[in-house]
Design a protein around this ligand. Sequence first.
Ligand SMILES: C[S@@+](CC[C@H](N)C(=O)[O-])C[C@H]1O[C@@H](n2cnc3c(N)ncnc32)[C@H](O)[C@@H]1O
Length: 216
Amino acid sequence: MAPRGGPVSLEPAQLDPADYFAALQGGSQAERVFHGARVALLKAALPSPSGRVLEIGAGSGGIAVPLAEAGHNVTAVEVGFEHLARLRDYAMDRGLAIPVVQADGRRLPFAEGTFDVVILASVVHLAAQPGPLLREAERVCADGGTLLVAGPWRHHPKTNRLIKTILRGGRAPETKTQPFSKDLVRRYLGASELVRRDRDYAMGYDVTVWRRLARS
Ligand SMILES: C[S@@+](CC[C@H](N)C(=O)[O-])C[C@H]1O[C@@H](n2cnc3c(N)ncnc32)[C@H](O)[C@@H]1O
């Protein structure tokens, strides 16, 4: 599907070449454990039934693929061509047909209220301006739908160490990040209320669960 509003471009710093793909493809034990914790938290946070699920900034499919494997009806949006190609290959290897859309999460080619669940995992804290991403996530989320916004809990010493290890391994250039927090998310989700927050204390990953309020 063609992106709305013409070609998509992002500043290179916003494209994270690591996107945890290494965690799935022969990464270190630490990376696999960290990734497993993220997937488990997000799976547990999904409503049942989950309905139509959108992941924005799906990278190479580290979250979208396991969710589709678990039976969720996931559509993946990603702006990076290389990530998309890896996501397609990864899904195909698993025999999964995941609709994959190349688009900028700040201008999505979907009508208002299209999805029952919208996921932003490890994206918001990397964005120079999280506002447009979060507001667009809210726009495409149905009334009463769920927004899952997740990120590494940067103040957690273990997370900091793990991220430094991954960075030292040369797979990810240092990206400018801001600490992920529910307050960061709350600042921009004007039409949603916080339902709960799930954290993996051992691994330092944070999932915030929001309910999209009804449009008046
Ligand atoms: C750290 S990766 C996370 C990938 C996946 N969500 C996960 O948790 O494994 C961040 C991804 O967000 C993508 N991204 C960043 N800004 C975006 C935007 N405005 N629209 C779509 N994708 C974006 C990047 O290209 C990258 O693949």
